[in-house]
Design a protein around this ligand. Structure first.
Ligand code: NAP
Length: 263
């Protein structure tokens, strides 16, 4: 989902002010915030986990940090009289979606999840799918120079690969760095095809490891790998709870408008 897209919904006239808790940390959450925050009849709170030391600046009310599991979230929802929870956490934020599902189910609060579409392989791609990050090292057998784009908190599964050199790209530095042979590249998307191609060539990368996050801003690494015949270990997404889930901001807003109008 492009952050540059604009959404023209006005949500019409609503019977009363609705309190929405938006679980954020993605470009989809940013796009939803831009639409919802200015609306008079919506009281929006945007929630961040607080993983980055430079949190994104958002318009309107925000809170930072965990709630304290399902019970903590349920307490927050009750105390703040939240009407609807919008879960726009990352496709690989595996726990928060279940906490949100369980807390909302307990209290009978409406909940919706937005998750951008995954990347799909096309002819020319050399992907090896693995169900979890813990399975990635087995798929890397024989690789000498590996480009890890899974994030600084996801290096643990690779610590025993002492004969492999890693290029680790992350927004903030791993602290400590658990890998024996590694170079850290501090950078954040969006990335261009030219830069990704040059990175794979200059660092002589054999295999790229990535989570199937989807989205345009980090997809050029996959194009570059396809062009250069570089293998990709693709980590599949964790499961989502049952309930309404959309892959676009527009569809999520349509659902939200319908639910708020029926309150
Ligand atoms: P997670 O495993 O689903 O969540 C772990 C814990 O972090 C949750 O149980 C919750 O703590 C807290 N948390 C998560 N998202 C929160 C939010 N939006 N507001 C308040 N608390 C939140 O998630 P994660 O993988 O650690 O990711 C943390 C955040 O980074 C998410 O918001 C996600 O959208 C963003 N992010 C993650 C990735 C990724 O690859 N995992 C990539 C980009 C962005 P309590 O149980 O104490 O409530």
């Amino acid at each position: 989902m492009s952050q540059r897209a604009t959404y023209t919904t006005t949500f019409g006239a609503m019977p009363s002010t609705s309190r929405i808790l938006l679980l954020a940390g993605t470009s989809e959450a940013t796009a939803l915030t831009k639409v919802l925050e200015p609306l008079d009849h919506i009281a929006l709170t945007v929630s961040f986990a607080g993983r980055t030391s430079r949190p994104q600046s958002v318009a309107g009310r925000q809170r930072i940090g965990g709630f304290g599991g399902v019970d903590g979230l349920a307490g927050y929802l009750l105390h703040n009289k939240v009407d609807v929870l919008v879960d726009a956490t990352h496709p690989f934020a595996a726990r928060m979606r279940w906490n949100a599902h369980l807390a909302c189910e307990r209290l009978g609060i409406a909940r919706v999840r937005i998750e951008r579409p995954p990347w799909i392989p096309i002819p020319g791609d050399r992907w090896r799918m693995v169900p979890t990050l813990a399975d990635a090292p087995d798929a890397l057998a024989g690789a000498l120079r590996v480009f890890l784009t899974t994030g600084r908190q996801d290096l643990g599964p690779f610590v025993d690969m002492r004969d492999t050199w890693f290029l680790v790209r992350s927004i903030e530095p791993p602290d400590p760095m658990p890998l024996v042979h590694a170079e850290v590249l501090l950078d954040r998307g969006p990335f261009t095809l030219e830069r990704e191609r040059s990175l794979l060539e200059r660092r002589e990368i054999d295999v790229l490891v990535t989570k199937n996050s989807g989205g345009a801003s980090t997809a050029p690494k996959l194009l570059a790998a396809r062009e250069l015949g570089v293998d990709v270990v693709m980590v599949e997404r964790p499961p989502s709870p049952p309930g309404p889930q959309f892959s676009s901001v527009a569809a999520t807003l349509t659902w939200l408008e319908r639910v708020l109008a029926s309150r």
